[in-house]
Design a protein around this ligand. Structure first.
Ligand SMILES: *Cc1c(COP(=O)(O)O)cnc(C)c1O
Length: 432
């Protein structure tokens, strides 16, 4: 399989090169030249396949010959070695819990897959590979955990001091070995700016092989299809396909779901559930795409003012708005509504949502009110304990912490404090 750049000014590359490059040289996003069709039997008899087999069948056409079968099967099974249950919340709403991985968020899946692919690819490279990421919270933890102890790769994570939750900070700063946490005296935007600047530094690029692990990387994006199929496998009413509501920020997750649907997985409709950052909801109403500065909300992993992956959704539909409208709805949910949803669902159903899942839940509930014959799935993208500072005051109770996280909270934080200047980051990288 070849991947082209959405800006069409860079050469086509295979899966290996697309993974190593991250972004195409012309600043476009890599997109598969053809969208594969799932084998008919995979969909019709999905209940008879193991999750490992489903995932392997989904990813194989994209990887092509870049990774031999035996290695790819191993990577796939290490990627999904935790539960992804579909839990009934009401008669019409089911929650796909994507938070049983090591850092309690769905990003574990993409990060685990990408780290193992890159680990395989670096074996043939002459220079050491350094993965650089700026994080506002969840990405950093998933990347740190996914790349921990992967041979031949150093990981440098920049995060804004005092602006990530304590659970998130521990996930970034307690691993050690090849994972280096830089605590930046500045904002998330400052972190991103520093990363962008060193990527274009000639001296650094001569000495190091720098790459990023952000959500536009094909090796993070494509494996996110896996759990849509796991959800479908657990969906009882195959003759009434689900509406799927996805809490969306940078739109990588929902874009993977739409891709799985276009490849043959039955879905009635997708709902892109956004917080106050309503660029896509506005686009779906007006056909005008206007990026804005992100505003801060309580579902902060979705505070994105210019969602990078949305271009890929347009690409899937050949930029035909009418076709996109046929399958995608989008809406914007306020923080007040998010809090009251967490409270209502907990009180009436005994089910605890995190703020991101709550945005998705309310969007789905509103949709089902107008379409009472349909049923749906909300993707619960993070464990509520990751956002206990929001959730606990709303429900008036403590959220219990999974034992793995409890252990991590006891570990000592190890970070390097740094001012928000690209030159200081460069210095750090040269000494690494
Ligand atoms: C990253 C993240 C999202 C947004 O996912 P995108 O793929 O960027 O749309 C939603 N919820 C949580 C908990 C996240 O960490």
């Amino acid at each position: 399989m070849q991947f082209y750049s959405t800006n069409k000014q860079s050469p086509k590359v295979d899966f290996k090169q697309a993974t190593i490059n991250g972004q195409a040289p012309d600043k476009g996003l890599y997109f598969p030249e053809q969208i594969p069709v799932f084998p008919k039997s995979l969909i019709e008899n999905i209940g008879s396949f193991t999750n490992e087999e489903i995932a392997y069948q989904v990813i194989k056409p994209y990887v092509g010959t870049a990774i031999p079968e035996e290695q790819l099967r191993r990577i796939v099974s290490e990627t999904i070695n935790f539960d992804i249950p579909l839990i009934k919340v009401t008669d019409t709403i089911f929650s796909l819990e994507l938070y049983h991985g090591p850092t309690l968020a769905f990003k574990d899946i993409g990060a685990r897959f990408m780290s193992r692919c890159l680990g395989y690819f670096v074996k043939g490279l002459s220079k050491k590979v350094t993965v650089l990421v700026a994080t506002s919270g969840d990405t950093g933890g998933a990347v740190a955990n996914g790349f921990y102890d992967i041979y031949g790769i150093e990981v440098v994570i920049l995060y804004p001091s005092g602006k990530v939750s304590s659970v998130q900070e521990k996930q970034l700063t307690t691993l050690g070995k090849n994972i280096h946490a830089l605590e930046v005296n500045g904002s998330f935007d400052d972190c991103q700016q520093m990363v962008k600047q060193v990527f274009t530094d000639e001296e650094l690029n001569k000495k190091l092989f720098l790459t990023s692990a952000n959500s536009i990387n094909v090796a993070r994006w494509l494996p996110q299809q896996f759990y849509y199929l796991f959800a479908y496998k657990q969906w009882a009413q195959k003759n009434n396909p689900p509406v799927i509501s996805v809490p969306s920020g940078n739109f990588g997750n929902i874009c993977a779901g739409i891709l799985a649907h276009v490849s043959g997985m039955p879905v009635k409709r997708f709902i892109a559930a956004c917080n106050a950052n309503d660029i896509v909801p506005t686009f779906m109403q007006t056909e005008k795409y206007q990026p804005k500065k992100a505003v801060a909300t309580i579902s902060n992993a979705m505070d994105v003012g210019n969602p990078s992956n949305f271009i890929r959704i347009l690409e899937i539909f050949h930029h035909k708005f009418a076709d996109l409208k046929n399958i995608l709805s989008s809406c914007s949910i306020t923080d007040v509504e998010t809090r009251s949803t967490i409270k209502n669902v907990y009180q009436t159903q005994g089910y605890l949502l995190d703020p991101h899942g709550a945005v998705g839940y309310l969007a789905l509930e509103q949709y089902l009110q107008n379409n009472p014959e349909e049923k749906g799935i909300v993707l619960e993208t993070a464990h509520p304990v990751k956002f206990y500072d929001v959730v606990e005051p709303v429900i008036g109770e403590k959220v219990s912490i999974p034992s793995t996280v409890q252990q991590q909270l006891l570990l000592e934080k190890k970070s390097t404090k740094i001012e928000a200047e690209a030159d200081l980051l460069k210095e750090f990288l040269l000494l690494l």
